[in-house]
Write a protein that binds this ligand. Structure first.
Ligand SMILES: Cc1cc2nc3c(=O)[nH]c(=O)nc-3n(C[C@H](O)[C@H](O)[C@H](O)COP(=O)(O)OP(=O)(O)OC[C@H]3O[C@@H](n4cnc5c(N)ncnc54)[C@H](O)[C@@H]3O)c2cc1C
Length: 242
């Protein structure tokens, strides 16, 4: 995106309740220039009195299509996310600007193994990367560690399970509040033991993408460095919050 990137009209074509507090939105944007997996957009809402609010949202979609996919987790006291999760309906209009970001991106020509680590809605840009990996039938090993409060809070759970049934992509789940009975590890935050057991080791020099709430991203990045990963191979995207 350049500073002069225009605001584009985005018409809601579909919404889907994805978790108890999260919704997937599909938006048609005429004039959309296409985007790479990992990029995000700014979304602008305008109230009837002219008041405007702008927030960033990652894209689960990529490529040439002019239908963009977002997934939004509702923050109960938030200004914008409750509207996007609770109120937006097909045919509603928003505005978007982008695509934004050249660093937190992955394309199939990216060399070497890839480790994706998501917390909560931080899955959105990483699911875009997993989709591209599958569509390109990439032979590059891609592994994902996805941390959620409980199984119900996972975005894209069915799709990730399906993708993990294919070649070269695996998913490890971390539950912070409540784990299914079938999982041996009790619920808890991602820690050094989990990083050691459930991610590509540092000696294989993976490119690592970490995305989620700021506190999650910083804690995971510290664990990765302590596990021997070079900081310059760790790319992070912080969604805000503590
Ligand atoms: C590059 C980028 C990509 C993003 N992609 C997504 C996405 O794909 N899906 C998604 O749901 N969100 C995403 N976010 C977060 C999003 O931009 C908003 O911050 C979020 O929806 C909250 O907005 P709000 O107006 O509802 O809350 P606000 O009114 O802005 O904030 C309400 C309260 O929540 C706190 N807060 C703000 N953001 C967070 C957060 N992420 N976690 C916890 N507390 C927070 C604030 O400090 C404040 O106290 C992304 C953020 C960035 C920077």
């Amino acid at each position: 995106m350049t500073p002069s990137s225009p605001w584009l009209l985005a018409r809601v074509v579909e919404t889907r309740q994805e978790t108890p507090h999260g919704r997937v939105l599909r938006l048609r944007v005429d004039g959309w220039p296409g985007n790479i997996a990992g990029q995000h957009v700014d979304v602008r809402l305008t109230a009837e009195d002219g008041y405007q609010a702008v927030r960033s949202y990652s894209l689960a979609s990529s490529g040439e299509s002019d239908v963009l996919e977002l997934a939004v987790d509702e923050l109960p006291d938030g200004e914008v996310s409750p509207y996007l999760v609770e109120d937006v309906r097909p045919d509603d209009e928003l505005e978007v600007r982008g695509p934004i970001g050249a660093y937190f991106v992955w394309t199939p020509d990216h060399p070497g193994p890839v480790q994706l680590i998501a917390g909560g809605s931080g899955i959105v840009p990483l699911v875009a990367m997993a989709r591209v990996h599958a569509d390109a039938a990439s032979r590059v090993p891609m592994r994902m560690l996805y941390s959620v409060r409980s199984p119900d809070d996972a975005f894209y759970a069915e799709e990730l399970t399906r993708l993990a049934g294919g070649e070269g992509f695996t998913v490890d789940w971390a539950y912070t509040r409540s784990a299914p009975v079938s999982v041996a590890r009790p619920a808890g935050r991602v820690d050094a033991t989990m990083i050691a057991a459930s991610t590509i080791p540092a000696n294989e020099s993976p490119s690592v993408f970490v995305c989620g709430p700021t506190g999650f991203v910083e804690a995971v990045a510290d664990l990765l460095v302590a596990a021997g990963h070079s900081p310059d191979r760790i790319r992070t995207e912080r969604f805000g919050g503590a």
